[in-house]
Design a protein around this ligand. Structure first.
Ligand code: PLP
Length: 363
């Protein structure tokens, strides 16, 4: 495993000494099903309105710090006021700022692995302690009783719905209980919510849970991971904190213009989401039919699949078939697991054929 040079280990803040240098190895592949992006091309009409918005954007002025127009459009989308919304440079910036504001030394975040690894990474950067309540080993369902027992002794909580990489949704009634049990803010990361069944979002709890924070992104269902745009929904006093600590120009003018065009065109993006949901069902059925695989139902645009020799299969998919999927087999509780993003019908067909052929060969 890579590590910092001795010289840098001595110079960085002590809590960062064990950090790993970023590994820039990035394998361009013909079919990339590794990062849960939306692999369906934007409808041409939507792409044209994004291009027109970008072309009309002056570059000489600093951006509007709070993304005023976009903020209003997002608020309208959710039936909320602009004061309930803060836009960020991707959901990741908002996650980091959440820990920066409400975590820190001597405090603890409630976390439920296996989940998004960035939570623990940002906790370590901000010196926030982590209280892990692990999910069920077989079903990856939350241990709700243990979470409610731990919550009063934590300062903030994060849970993901649908969970990445396991696909489980969280029930709204449990989120409401957790919000009562946790003395600090509770973030529900809904990065994949558009792919979930109707009613899974906990948006409707915002009125009754003043410490609830909902994270959304344009990186997944909106097919715009490249523009880096996410946002949080919360009570106005929580939003004031996010607005106060952010780097004021983190959301650039091109991102604001593209995001506004995409959010306005959201109705035209619905058919790609419906196709992903249909393909997810087809892929799930095909993978379930292979007795060499264990696969979990998912409310996201990805499926978690367990098999023998997972790392080797993943390498061979990449090197021999130019198909990239994500390896989780090293992660605690996810031994033997790969995460496959649901792609277009053609991509999914290729993935299924390649996976079956490699399993035959390895068998
Ligand atoms: C992708 C993702 C995000 C947000 O990603 P951004 O591209 O930074 O908006 C947040 N949470 C989870 C669980 C994700 O998978």
């Amino acid at each position: 495993m890579a590590e910092l040079s001795d010289r840098m280990r001595a110079l960085v803040q002590p809590h960062l000494a064990g950090i790993e240098p970023y590994d820039p190895s990035f394998t361009p592949c013909r079919i990339n099903l590794s990062a849960n992006e939306n692999t369906y091309p934007l409808p041409a009409s939507v792409r044209a309105s994004v291009d027109a918005a970008l072309a009309a954007t002056p570059l000489n002025r600093y951006p509007d710090p709070l993304s005023g127009e976009l903020r209003c459009e997002l608020a309208a989308r959710h039936g909320l006021a602009p004061e309930n919304v803060c836009v960020g440079n991707g959901g990741d910036e908002l996650l980091f700022n959440f820990l920066l504001a409400f975590g820190g030394e001597g405090r603890r975040v409630l976390n439920c692995p296996p989940c998004f690894s960035e939570y623990e990474f940002f906790a370590s950067l901000t010196r926030t302690g982590v209280r892990n309540v692990r999910r069920d080993r077989r079903t990856f369902e939350l241990d709700e009783r243990a979470m409610l027992a731990a919550a009063p002794h934590t300062n903030l909580a994060i849970l993901t719905s649908p969970n990445n990489p396991t696909g489980n949704p969280v029930s709204a009634s449990f989120v409401a209980q957790l919000c009562r049990a946790c003395p600090g803010p509770v973030m529900v990361d809904e990065a994949y919510i558009e792919f979930a069944d109707e009613g899974v979002s906990v948006e409707r709890l915002l009125g009754s849970c003043p410490n609830l924070v909902i994270l959304r992104t344009l990186s997944k269902a909106f097919g715009a991971a490249g523009i880096r745009c996410g946002y949080v929904l919360a009570a106005p006093d929580v939003i004031e904190v996010f607005a106060a600590i952010r780097q004021i120009y983190s959301v650039n003018v091109l991102t604001q213009a593209a995001a506004l065009a995409l959010v306005r065109a959201r109705a035209e993006l619905a058919s790609a989401v419906a196709q992903v949901r249909a393909e997810r069902a087809r892929l799930l059925a095909a993978l379930e039919a292979d007795e060499r695989l264990e696969v979990w139902p998912s409310q996201g645009n990805f499926l978690l699949v367990r098999m023998d020799e997972a790392s080797r299969i993943r390498e061979r998919l990449r090197d021999e078939r130019s198909i990239l999927v994500r390896d989780f087999s090293y992660a605690s509780g996810l031994e033997g697991c790969l995460r496959i993003t649901v792609g277009t019908p053609e991509e999914n067909d290729e993935l299924l054929a390649a996976l079956t052929a490699l399993l035959d060969e390895e068998g």
